[in-house]
Design a protein around this ligand. Structure first.
Ligand code: DX5
Ligand code: ZN
Length: 217
């Protein structure tokens, strides 16, 4: 099943509750929540208090993408603030600390995931296969919305889907960055099943139509 995850980084923050309700009614499956620390990526977005408010105002599945250094320091707090899934970058710490962060998320009863930056090869996911519910492949450099999709990431998706089919078939494969009606099709053909989209959804007035366009294969 193909899932669409609107990234609220592109939403109107003065009306965040209404924006989330709009995409929920429009058929969104997850809400994608981008956390940036100004260190791991050259930008700062939102953090714990906004997530907590969001959790109080919606029952939607909250997919939290941590673009922060040494995420082990914060994963439990994001779980407590209401994340349903917490995702950490494999580049953000040593392998043992990433494994320990994933264990902390699981111990909180939440789903966990890893993310790969564009320059990180598919093989970097290997130590974490079987430990995660979702693998996110960045199709732009993390840090900013509205960038162009990197088509050379499609091979990485193919390799990962093939590997997951063997070792962890239930693991979801998500893409993030430059996803729109056209690039979504390429991602699904390459094996992705969760499609994150910011500007292609919140940049449109009819969010239900935008979600349908992204989901349509
Ligand atoms: C970028 C974020 C994305 C971003 C996607 O670092 O992780 O989730 O919001 O935005 P679009 O869909 O506009 O490329
Ligand atoms: Zn993201």
């Amino acid at each position: 099943m193909i899932k669409v995850a609107p990234s609220i980084l592109a939403a109107d923050f003065t009306r965040l509750g209404e924006e989330v309700e709009d995409v929920r009614r429009g058929g969104a499956d997850y809400i994608h929540y981008d956390v940036m620390d100004g260190e791991f990526v050259p930008n700062i977005s939102m953090g714990l208090p906004v997530l907590k408010s969001l959790r109080e105002s919606t029952d939607m599945f909250l997919d939290v993408h941590l673009m922060i250094d040494r995420p082990i320091r914060y994963v439990e707090r994001f779980c407590d603030a209401g994340a349903d899934l917490v995702n950490v970058h494999v580049e953000a710490d040593r392998e043992e600390n990433i494994c320990a962060a994933l264990a902390k998320i699981r111990a909180k009863g939440k789903k966990c995931g890893i993310t790969l930056k564009p320059a990180t090869p598919a093989g970097a996911a290997e130590p974490f296969l079987g430990l995660v519910d979702l693998i996110l492949v960045m199709t732009v450099e993390p840090g900013f919305g509205g960038q162009a999709f990197m088509t050379d990431m499609l091979d990485k998706l193919r390799v990962l889907r093939k590997r997951l089919d063997v070792v962890s078939p239930a693991c979801e494969l998500e893409v993030d960055g430059g996803v729109n009606g056209e690039t979504a099709k390429l991602c699904v053909e390459a094996g992705a099943n969760v499609l994150v989209a910011g500007s292609a959804i919140f940049g449109e007035t009819d969010r239900a139509a935008a979600i349908r366009t992204i989901r349509t294969i």
